[in-house]
Design a protein around this ligand. Structure first.
Ligand SMILES: Cc1cc2nc3c(=O)[nH]c(=O)nc-3n(C[C@H](O)[C@H](O)[C@H](O)COP(=O)(O)OP(=O)(O)OC[C@H]3O[C@@H](n4cnc5c(N)ncnc54)[C@H](O)[C@@H]3O)c2cc1C
Length: 256
């Protein structure tokens, strides 16, 4: 797919298999915002972080995070158990910092294999959720949360919100333009929360390393952790996946 759309009734998308037209088009193609048009979205100027991880075999029990300039000046390193493997990586809020070398360093420090690399750019700023007749959801709309770079839950959350609007269009209860207005308002209503996350993302690298330990102890008290995690979770609350008001819970297909 190589992009381009127009604002008339049917939207045309030029692909490597020719022009495809549809009345409703969603760009869920990730940070490149392919369908946003020629303006493009290019690192390192665009508001993007970068992340890379390796997936060595063998699980782990602990979920570990390093805020350590040995691995990245602005960002963090991680080691997360994921079933039969562990995901070890480094994320940099500064798109100019190359994370390959220090991802390998962290894996080496942990005496784990450097195999099965997975990396990408990660948006850390909301973008317009609609434009040129196209709807954007997930990384294409900057729906990945700054600071934590958690973007799967939010991609599903905003994707569901968009799906509900588009269902109303398909069923003839609203126009595409009305859906665009409502979805853009919904996405924009989260902007202040994303901005707070971005502010924190910018503050953390400025904290002198010697103060990090004591500060983490202070902020690590259970009541603060519970309070902040609840607020964080509520940016895209899991209950949003419950059926929309007036809609029945979708039936889960049974295996044959
Ligand atoms: C190293 C790393 C670790 C991460 N870890 C986590 C984590 O633990 N938890 C979490 O919540 N988030 C994590 N994230 C962020 C998360 O991966 C993204 O925010 C999330 O995947 C965004 O989902 P998306 O569907 O919007 O985009 P994507 O997952 O990027 O999906 C877009 C899809 O569109 C396809 N595509 C793009 N352009 C075209 C084209 N022209 N034609 C056809 N297909 C195209 C791509 O191949 C891709 O399959 C991580 C990111 C990185 C880089």
């Amino acid at each position: 797919m190589n992009g381009a759309a127009n604002g008339s009734d049917a939207i045309g998308v030029e692909t490597d298999r020719g022009l495809i037209t549809a009345p409703l088009v969603v760009d869920a193609l990730g940070w490149r915002r392919v369908l946003a048009g020629p303006a493009g979205y290019q690192p390192p100027e665009a508001p993007l972080s970068r992340g890379l991880e390796v997936h060595p075999e063998g699980g782990a029990t602990d979920l570990e995070i390093w805020i350590d300039r040995r691995y990245v000046p602005a960002g963090y390193g991680w080691s997360f158990p994921a079933g039969e493997e562990t995901r070890i990586g480094v994320g940099s809020f500064d798109p100019k910092f190359h994370v390959r070398e220090t991802t390998e360093l962290l894996a080496e420090d942990l005496e784990r294999d450097r195999v099965r690399y997975q990396g990408n750019w990660i948006p850390h700023q909301l973008r317009a959720a609609t434009g040129r007749g196209v709807f954007f959801a997930g990384d294409s709309a900057g729906h990945c949360l700054p600071l934590t770079a958690e973007g799967i839950r939010t991609a599903l959350y905003f994707g569901m919100a968009l799906g509900r609007e588009l269902r109303e269009v398909v069923d003839g209860r609203q126009t595409r333009e009305q859906a665009a207005t409502r979805y853009a308002q919904f996405s924009d209503s989260h902007e202040w929360k994303f901005k707070w996350m971005l502010r924190t993302q910018k503050i953390v690298p400025r904290v002198p390393p010697r103060l990090l330990g004591p500060l983490i102890k202070v902020f690590g008290v259970k009541c603060f952790v519970d309070w902040s995690f609840r607020h964080y979770l509520n940016i895209a609350p899991p209950e949003f996946a419950d059926p929309a008001p007036g809609q029945a819970k979708p039936e889960v297909p049974t295996a044959v």
